[in-house]
Design a protein around this ligand. Sequence first.
Ligand code: BDR
Ligand code: CA
Length: 311
Amino acid sequence: MLRLVIDTDTAGDDTISLLMALKWPGVRLEAVTVVCGNVEFSQQVENALYTVENFSSYHVPVYPGCSRPLLKTWKYADYVHGKDGMGENYFPKARQRPERKHAVQALIELVNSNPGEISIIAQGPLTNIATAIMLDREFVKNVKRLYVMGGYADGFGNVTPAAEYNFWVDPDAAKIVLHSGVKPLIVGWDIAVKYSVVEEAMHREIASWGTKAADFFVKVNRKVVEFEKRTMGLAGSTHPDTITTAIAIEPRVARRVEPRYVDVENGSELTRGMSVVDHLGVLGREANADVCYEADGKLFREMLFKVLRSG
Ligand code: BDR
Ligand code: CA
């Protein structure tokens, strides 16, 4: 049994990643923790509640966490996912309500009371994870595996020329995590662009499958498809968070992973949030992360489509 917590700025692809974790056999989603990112904070909490209520066969608690980055100002990405973060479908409010406990407290308790058992997928800015690390040093030792969707190993940023969105929102948090000894497996924006695109024509086919999950996928990604075409010249939707979850579930999706020293820029305005991977080892520093360089896009899409067809 793969026991997961997903830390998320719930909008767009974040919800499809949750869907995969909720529906994949052998995975138990122990909790969802919400962090500042894509859209207005309380909307992100509602998006998480809506997703777990509609697609889970068991109770998954949703814990609201840090609603601001540690130090930096923050800009939404609602121009990517729509004002509600859900393709402007304005889904009804879920009956399930958020837990009272803070997400950081929930993360620490879950991980420390199950040493070596819980893996975390951090698919938003790293504010909650960094805060948990600062509050309790046992956390780093006790987490089974931390998967981070953030930065890039090969390519360019998506929110500024230099930075990927999650690292850009809270580069100070990203720095704390990278230097904590937790040694995350990092899946960057480059992996999403090269290996996770679901083409527009495929969206039309998915719409014909007639399942609740397929319908949800097409609706949530409506705005993203338009955005990626306009700005990136891509032929469909990107799935950075879902391919990270697919890697956690099925390690073969990450075709090439290398240990590397990785840092992030948190001082400069121009390059705020830029991930710097020492590909050649020229700094002579010990690797602090495992970096995904290549993925299996075919296997990823097979997994995703299996989930979308399943109900
Ligand atoms: C990341 O930013 C968010 O908009 C996506 O959900 C993903 O986590 C990609 O840069
Ligand atoms: Ca995200």
